[in-house]
Design a protein around this ligand. Structure first.
Ligand SMILES: [Zn+2]
Ligand SMILES: [Zn+2]
Length: 335
């Protein structure tokens, strides 16, 4: 079968690989679309702490059942909940399997969806509605991250919100807020292409490179400052402004992954009685909610998706690293 494989730092190759052999409790999935995540870019650069070459990346994918599922027939459209939790540690035993002490992912710790076929444990298979296009279904996983972030934020109807970063996750968070009823969502970004996409989706773009973020926030909140701020940029400068634009007892949500410790002025958190919340991936129910958001048609998610053939992978990964004008890169594996 055809596969996209991470071979070494900055080296991705397209080549033949033998079909995965499924054992008891394993399902073979024929992959339709597989997305490139930020974590895949860390793998590609050789800086991911766990991923080891050779590896078929891809934890965001859709496809159809090929064989091995006890209840779902061949051809059933599915996506995969890619978290591999141990089931025994304290977080796992207390309902927090998504923050398992030894959390692993399909596509990072074992072969994933950037191939014509992938094998996964049966309990990771998530059937999807037959009217949801498989292209959109490959985007359920990133939307689930945003659902988890929005629900954990304590968002209440009427709350004002700022999202930092108009990458896939930032735009998904803004979209979830819109789905949950937020009338206006401000999106802070420096990249002109991403700002434009945010505008096209109906959000209020703020160009962090040219505009005074604090002044724009005050303008949109009638001088009240913001209720919620989502950090999907994970840029060292973000928290200095987030703490300034949050209202008293406002909430900051850390969604992006900081690869180095960031400086945070704790005095501002104390003086304004702020709350900072962390987000790690998602829980099972977030997949269902994400599916309904994608199905709703309220947000034109298609605008965020760029599709390429697997053969283009080496060039596409190179371009993504150089900051290509792409929000979410999907490889179409069923030709
Ligand atoms: Zn991801
Ligand atoms: Zn565990």
């Amino acid at each position: 079968m055809k596969s996209i494989q991470y071979k070494d730092a900055r080296r991705v190759e397209v080549g033949e690989k033998s079909l995965p052999e499924t054992g008891p409790g394993e399902v073979l999935i024929k992959v339709a679309y597989a997305g490139v995540c930020g974590s895949d870019m860390f793998i590609y650069q050789g800086t991911h702490p766990r991923a080891k070459a050779p590896l078929v990346m891809g934890h965001e994918f859709s496809g159809t059942i090929e064989k091995g599922h006890g209840a779902l027939a061949r051809g059933t459209p599915v996506t995969v909940y890619p978290l591999l939790s141990c089931g025994h540690c304290d977080p796992c035993r207390n309902g927090y399997a998504h923050v398992c002490n030894t959390l692993k992912l399909i596509g990072i710790d074992c072969d994933g969806g950037m191939a014509e076929y992938v094998k996964v444990p049966e309990d990771k298979v998530v059937p999807i509605p037959s009217d949801l296009p498989l292209k959109l279904a490959a985007f359920i996983e990133p939307v689930a991250v945003a659902v988890h972030a929005t629900r954990r934020s304590g968002y209440k109807p009427g709350d004002s919100a700022v999202v930092y970063g108009a990458g896939p996750i930032g735009l998904c968070v803004a979209s979830c807020l819109k789905y949950f009823g937020a009338s206006q969502v401000l999106v802070v970004e420096t990249n002109a292409y991403r700002l434009d996409i945010a505008r096209q989706l109906g959000f209020i773009p703020i160009d962090a490179g040219r505009e005074d973020i604090k002044a724009r926030v005050l303008e949109y909140t009638d001088g009240h400052n913001i209720d919620l701020a989502f950090d999907c940029a994970a840029h060292p400068g973000v928290h200095t402004t987030i703490l300034d634009i949050l209202r008293v007892q406002g909430t900051g949500v850390v969604v992006g992954s900081y690869k180095k410790p960031a400086e945070v002025d704790l005095l501002k958190i104390e003086f304004k009685e702020l709350t900072l919340i962390g987000i790690r991936v998602y829980e099972r129910r977030d997949f269902g909610i994400a599916t309904r958001i994608l199905q709703s048609g309220l947000i034109d998610f298609d605008r965020l998706l760029t599709v390429a053939a697997p053969e283009e992978a080496p060039e596409r990964f190179r371009n993504l690293l150089e900051g290509a004008n792409v929000i979410k890169m999907l490889f179409k594996l069923d030709s």
